[in-house]
Design a protein around this ligand. Sequence first.
Ligand code: ZN
Ligand code: ZN
Length: 167
Amino acid sequence: MRINVSQQLKAPVGSVRDYEVSEIVDMADGSRLVEGEVRLIRTNRGILAESKLHTEVEVTCSRCLGLFNCPLTLDIEEEYFPTADVVSGASLPLPEEPGCFTIDEHHVLDLTEAVRQYVVLAIPMKPLCSENCAGLCPICGHDLNQGPCDCLPQGADPRWSKLNELA
Ligand SMILES: [Zn+2]
Ligand SMILES: [Zn+2]
């Protein structure tokens, strides 16, 4: 996810460059293909990266506890600040915003860290392997996506139905 922006840093504010990226990125759960479009816009302070990227990560379904690949769309919008002057090579002071992204001294803008951060934010809190996931039987733990189990529906305990018959 590394793009050399030395030419664009010399270009006037507002100049735009579009890139297509398709790259393997190391994530917490392994290497994943990340692909999509990146638009870089020269700002008065650095370079604004606007990007729509697609990837997927392996997560656990919150209903059936099965692992599945969850597709993610990352809408990245981050400004990157140069750490070296593109003409003189002199070091530049960093802006005071904590955690801001930087362009390295070789004028390379690296989207990898932003991708990792946006992936973490994009993973749903309660992922579902499918909208209709049947989940697990609360009695025996059987995965009901694989078919019904032998447990009776709740409230149909046979000991109680006998009582109901007497009533
Ligand atoms: Zn599921
Ligand atoms: Zn069951």
